[in-house]
Design a protein around this ligand. Structure first.
Ligand code: ZN
Length: 198
């Protein structure tokens, strides 16, 4: 029995989806020099999400040999390997509201069962963060759009590869998937102001 999705009331039920903040994507096989800069904002939004009782999802590459994507990137984040672990700064906590969601392709919703799990928890808005703005965040945004989720993306908690224009990548998400592009500051502050005026 799946609870009804809440469409009334002032607040959506949110899930923070942290995508591919894994050792291989920060300083391993596919190290990204931009990744370190998004760790403090990610930590801040993760702390906020936990305080506010959002669902938290770690959407993690966990590849098997022969996965199609390996043709493009070579081996990375192989299931069970050290490189496939979430970086130490953002460690998942044991909680019914924190999900580890392994994936074998770019999109957080592709063949992962994540949609069903989020619906069971009443989630109707996803806050997408992590890497990479123009690849996995993008494919996850498409997956979220076609399944009916509202999409929010804090622009300071995502990053693309070096050489990719971040603003172009964010514009694509805004224009193609109706993603609301915001900042960690704004997400944390909006809630603080709502509490103050309640
Ligand atoms: Zn991958």
């Amino acid at each position: 029995m799946v609870p009804a999705v809440s469409t009334v009331g002032r607040w959506y039920v949110k899930a923070l989806v942290i995508i591919d903040m894994l050792d291989d994507f920060v300083d391993g096989a596919l190290a990204n020099p931009r990744a370190q800069a998004i760790v403090p904002p990610l930590k801040r939004i993760l702390d906020h999400a936990r305080r506010e009782g959002w669902v938290v999802v770690f959407s993690n590459d966990a590849h098997q040999p022969g996965d199609p994507e390996l043709k493009v990137w070579g081996e990375h984040a192989m299931a069970g390997s050290a490189g496939a672990q979430v970086i130490s700064e953002l460690q998942p906590q044991p909680s019914e509201r924190e999900l580890i969601s392994p994936k074998r392709a770019y999109g957080a919703f592709d063949g992962t069962g994540l949609d069903e799990k989020l619906r069971a928890l009443g989630v109707d808005e996803v806050v997408l963060a992590g890497q990479h703005t123009h690849i996995c965040v993008r494919h996850s945004s498409y997956g979220a759009l076609i399944r009916g989720y509202e999409i929010t993306i804090p622009g300071d908690a995502v990053c693309a590869f070096e050489g990719v224009d971040e603003n172009d990548a964010l514009d694509y998400l805004r224009n193609t998937y109706a993603a609301r592009i915001t900042s960690v500051d704004e997400l944390v502050r909006v809630k603080a102001e709502a509490h103050a005026s309640a």
